[in-house]
Design a protein around this ligand. Sequence first.
Ligand code: NAP
Length: 200
Amino acid sequence: MKIMVVGGTGTLGKAVVKELSARHEIIIAAHQSGDIHVDITDPVSIENMYHTVDNLDAVITTTGKVVFRDFLAMKAEDYQLGLNDKLMGQVNLVMIGCRYINDRGSFTLTSGILSEDPIRTATSAALVNAAIDGFVRSAAIEMPRGLRINSVSPTVLTESLVKYGSYFHGFESVSAARVALAFSKSVEGLQTGQTYRVGY
Ligand SMILES: NC(=O)c1ccc[n+]([C@@H]2O[C@H](COP(=O)([O-])OP(=O)(O)OC[C@H]3O[C@@H](n4cnc5c(N)ncnc54)[C@H](OP(=O)(O)O)[C@@H]3O)[C@@H](O)[C@H]2O)c1
């Protein structure tokens, strides 16, 4: 298969690329790095990205930013950042990608544990992750041409504990390599409308 991994240079994305590259042709899209540059917050940039690649069988997204801040300090623009970036960035990759991807192709998005197992400072992550999983469940039943869509919802990655470990006391972490298996299941299997929870 020809698979595009948007965010394929990041902590999670690199593991997904490693898992799939032995069996498939991989194109890595990222903001500053990768084979193709794209800004997921800009629909024109997404459209340009799809124009430069043909014959795609799968699109994986392992990207998306949200603001981590105490609830009482959150401002509307803090929520808006996560909505524009992690949520609508991934939704637009699907909406626009539907016109380009091959018949029976697939989309696999990334959400995360925080909508189901909340921690302090993570109301925006919770909001966005729940929206992604809901979008996937609903879009799956309307996908044309046999297209499929799933999301992967990991707990904190072991590789990210240096950065985020202090937010996740009491949580078990999971290796990015193990999370990558869920992306493999989504792309190489036949399921649709699923959220694969990994590590919790
Ligand atoms: N890390 C964790 O513990 C963890 C746990 C659960 C869920 N998640 C979720 O997993 C996803 C990836 O997390 P990560 O820790 O792997 O992130 P990361 O290491 O910061 O990597 C982010 C990737 O996204 C790309 N990117 C950033 N802004 C972009 C934009 N505007 N347009 C296109 N690409 C952009 C980056 O490319 P450049 O480097 O070129 O900018 C990079 O390839 C996020 O949605 C995160 O919420 C992460």
